[in-house]
Design a protein around this ligand. Structure first.
Ligand SMILES: [Zn+2]
Length: 406
């Protein structure tokens, strides 16, 4: 089953028992090791209910008893923790010039991190889709070899993900449309687990919300730099996606009314000044003669090295870009009032030089206009792939539980 737009809502829970199973699972994740009595005391569920729920979760191999006990008055209480062994959740990021695959166990512990170059800019129909499906197949096979059951696989796609798994407007993939859904369905041979396709920015936001330096901050925005720029929005602890799932297209906020023309046809969009092609052109003007850049990693490395050595031109260029990025952050902050804006992707790589300019721009606003902090992601460069893997864990805690083992 292929679907899009993850980050499940608690409202999806269909019945009370499923809700309560999810409550216990969430409690154990955040409080392990803990006893049945701890769960009952904190969740308000009665002891008999907790005991029955725990038995169910043990049978589904989602929890295990640690063998340790807590000495209480009366019988010693056996301590519970998440079962790491039998399950895996997979995330794959389709970046401009490479793929990243990450698998985690139920506790969020990494099982594998693979990076693969891939011909993203090659416009050959079906080639990018086939590369993603092939990598997905290899990760699933690896998990099967470890006798792990895959809970879910999420692909973090660039651009806008339409219902059905088509990815719209992914220009750096050389195409206007990318049909990942069908390719994955075929490549994975109609998997039993759920396959989700979501935008890289949404998943990066989920990763920050579940495991970043500002985890559990209910109003959080992840602003991801790259060839394209996207924002993932968490509002009141939920993903804010809009009516078509296209919310967060921060790349086309106009930050400089006299700026360069954007590929969208308008002038001075954030992407036209701070997207990777514009950023490289501005910081390294000598690259203009090289023609279109296919692989941005070496250019980014060069920019980082030059800025690190205090190269006046590069530092000035990054400061100017940081100021315009700050304008974009200010617009988003005024609209959404987040507690924190986490910069990811190329913005995280260049944060030492961008962030001071962003902060100066925000500080120049009227007092109280902007109430948020801006930080660089600590999950970079794996945020989107990690968010993809965490989505299956998120759905699990929202009640999408695997059936008990036969
Ligand atoms: Zn634009």
């Amino acid at each position: 089953m292929i679907s899009t737009h993850g980050m499940t809502r608690p409202a999806d829970l269909s019945d009370v028992r499923t809700t309560n199973l999810a409550v216990v699972l969430r409690f154990v994740r955040t409080h392990a090791p803990c006893s049945r009595a701890d769960i009952a005391a904190s969740t308000g569920l009665n002891k008999a209910t907790v005991s029955s729920l725990v038995t169910d979760l043990l049978e589904r191999r989602l929890l295990r008893e640690t063998g340790l006990t807590e000495n209480r008055i009366g019988r010693p209480a056996s301590m519970l923790t998440l079962q790491s062994r039998p399950y895996a959740a997979i995330g794959i990021e389709v970046a401009a010039d490479h793929l990243v695959a990450i698998a985690v166990d139920l506790t969020g512990e990494r099982l594998l991190t693979w990076r693969r170059a891939y011909p993203g800019l090659d416009g050959t129909p079906g080639r990018a889709e086939a590369a993603v499906a092939a990598l997905a197949g290899r990760v699933v096979a690896k998990m099967a070899a470890q006798e792990r059951r895959v809970l879910g696989l999420t692909v973090a796609a660039p651009g806008m993900v339409a219902p059905g798994g088509g990815v719209r407007f992914a220009p750096h993939l050389g195409r206007a449309e990318l049909d990942l859904g069908a390719a994955l369905e075929r490549g994975l041979r109609h998997p039993e687990f759920e396959v989700v396709i979501d935008s890289a920015a949404n998943l990066a936001a989920l990763a920050e919300y579940r495991g970043g330096a500002d985890a559990d901050t209910p109003n959080l925005l992840a602003l991801i730099g790259g060839v394209e720029i996207g924002a993932g929005i968490v509002a009141d602890g939920r993903a804010l996606r809009g009516s078509r799932g296209f919310a967060g297209q921060a790349g086309h906020l106009q930050v400089d009314c006299t700026g360069p023309i954007c590929r969208c046809g308008r002038q001075g969009c954030l992407e036209a000044v701070a997207g990777l092609p514009a950023l490289v052109r501005h910081a390294l003007p000598d690259t203009a003669q090289d023609g279109p850049i296919v692989d941005f990693a070496p250019e980014l490395e060069r920019i980082t090295a030059l800025a690190g050595n205090g190269d006046a031109h590069v530092v000035k260029a990054l400061t100017e870009i940081g100021t315009l990025l700050g304008r974009g952050v200010a617009m988003l902050a005024e609209l959404l009032d987040p507690q924190v804006v986490v910069l990811g992707g190329s913005f995280a790589t260049l944060a030492p030089w961008l962030l001071p300019a962003v902060e100066t721009e925000l500080a120049s606003r009227a007092p109280g206009e902007i109430g948020c902090r801006v930080t660089a992601s600590t999950l970079h460069p794996d945020g989107a792939a990690l968010g993809g893997a965490m989505l299956a864990l998120d759905r699990l805690e929202a009640g999408k539980l695997p059936a008990p083992a036969a």
